[in-house]
Design a binder for this molecule. Structure first.
Ligand SMILES: [Zn+2]
Length: 462
């Protein structure tokens, strides 16, 4: 029986799909961005400090060449993929066993021995150069196991029975067609292992939110199945709070980074507990808060787990899967940042509902990119993010009023710039002005004045 290895896109795999699901706009990293990362990743011995820094280098190219699914059937392997640029000839496949072939996609190869893994290099040649990406062919079964630590509370469940979803927010109802996962759909990683990883994520993210989260989101969340789109989504308003995903995310290669992204929506949109962002920052300008935070949180969580030196009791293979998933999604962040730099329209925090694309995409990714870059410089995501959240958690009714004014780009921009400046204890106004963000000194001072023991705001740093 053929087993599907990587859940990539059917089409050219360098693209970014934006999936609108409920009230959430989510980004799916596609397999193309994973390619190339496989070899570059540091060895997964957890003694090694994990860093996203190598993948944040803005000079790295965005691959147009991408690998989609790797399908293994006995000793025979099929690799799907595509290239949005125009190669001048067939792709070169180096199969890792000494054999090379040239062809288009789908390419296939039969290995003489299937007792170890292979790294396949695929090269495209263009008029002005070439591009190479890699994929792993996995013959050796992975050990996705964990030893649950008692310090990690039981919070996230993949229920085995149908779960009715109520609502904690007037006007918001869960979509139709959300069901529970069947046992057979959780093929590669046991249910309790996925639940435990999400419990670990929940525990870390609760701390990142300074535990200022509604009781519902803090105590029990469920993972449910949806098949109406290929993506993941957050039902932050549901009771119980739910994250939904396509079965692809829980079979084969687990989409851990995306699951942690939705978990972050569920917590940050239910924070602060007394005046949650969900329902306040919605509408065409929702992404600049919700997607920025979800992007930062998913990578902060993976960074925390991978540098926890065994504290959570996750197997090496599980850590490797988390790492690959995180690298895949950070490369999407970097790609969006590069596009932001190249886009003359630049900063926008308003997503026009009359256009098919989300105009804020590259902007919120640029905020997330900037956060991750600064966090990597300090090798610390947790402390700055907790501080950033502390300022954001001062959000009040007067802020909501200004936030929701369509033209008020400077309010929305300055809110984030002030929060991140406070987070890193570093005045980031000039850095963001260079990125053409409209930053108001007056608003900046207003936000910072809310924080006691506030940072010195006199010395701008580039
Ligand atoms: Zn999202």
């Amino acid at each position: 029986m053929a087993r599907v290895q990587e859940s990539g896109d059917e089409e050219s795999s360098h693209e970014i799909r934006i999936v609108r699901l409920g009230h959430c706009v989510c980004v799916l990293a596609l397999a193309g961005s994973l390619a190339g990362a496989v070899d570059a990743a540091p060895p997964v011995g957890r003694q090694t400090r994990f860093s996203f820094a190598p993948y944040l280098d803005p000079n790295l190219p965005n691959h147009t060449l991408g690998i989609g699914k790797v399908v293994i059937d006995g000793r025979r392997v099929q690799i799907e993929g595509g290239d949005s640029a125009r190669p001048t000839g067939p792709f070169l496949f180096e199969w890792g066993d000494g054999e090379t072939t040239e062809s288009g996609f789908t390419a296939s190869h039969t290995y003489a021995r299937a007792e170890r893994d292979y790294v396949v290099k695929v090269t495209a040649r263009y008029r002005d150069g070439k591009d190479t990406v890699t994929a792993r062919v996995r013959f050796v079964p992975r050990q996705y196991t964990c030893q649950r630590r008692e310090a990690v509370p039981r919070r996230v469940f993949i229920p085995q029975e149908e779960t009715a979803l109520g609502s904690t927010m007037p006007g918001y109802t869960a979509p139709e067609g959300v069901t529970c996962f069947r046992h057979a759909e959780l093929r590669s990683v046991p249910r309790e292992v996925i639940e435990y990883v999400l419990d670990v994520g929940h525990d870390i993210q609760m701390d990142l939110c300074n535990r200022d989260v509604t009781k519902e989101a803090a105590t029990r969340q469920v993972v449910l199945k949806q098949t109406c789109s290929g993506g993941c989504g957050s039902l932050w308003f549901a009771d119980p709070v739910a994250l939904v995903c396509h079965p692809d995310y829980l079979s084969g290669e687990i989409g851990f980074s995306s699951l942690l992204h939705e978990l972050a929506h569920n917590l940050t949109l239910n924070s602060p507990a007394g005046y949650r962002f969900g329902g306040k920052t919605d509408g065409p300008m929702n992404a600049i808060v919700s997607e920025t935070l979800a992007q930062i949180f998913q990578h902060a969580t993976i960074h925390e787990i991978l540098n926890s030196e065994g504290r959570y009791g996750l197997s090496e293979d599980l850590c490797q899967a988390l790492q690959e998933s995180g690298v895949q999604s950070i490369e999407v962040v970097r790609g969006a940042y590069r596009r932001y730099l190249a886009d003359p329209r630049r900063c926008t925090t308003y997503n026009d509902p009359n256009t098919p694309e989300d105009e804020t995409f590259n902007t919120f990714m640029t905020v997330a990119y900037t956060f991750c870059s600064l966090a990597e410089e300090r090798a610390d995501y947790r402390a700055p993010l907790k501080r950033m959240m502390r300022l954001m958690q001062t959000f009040c009714a007067a802020d909501r009023e200004r936030f929701q004014q369509r033209e008020n780009e400077s309010f929305r921009s300055t809110f984030l710039v002030a929060a991140m400046s406070y987070g890193f204890d570093q005045d980031l106004r000039e850095k963001f002005r260079k990125l053409s963000f409209p930053v108001s000194d007056e608003l900046y001072a207003e936000f910072l004045a809310r924080m006691s023991g506030s940072m010195a705001s006199s010395a701008p740093t580039p």
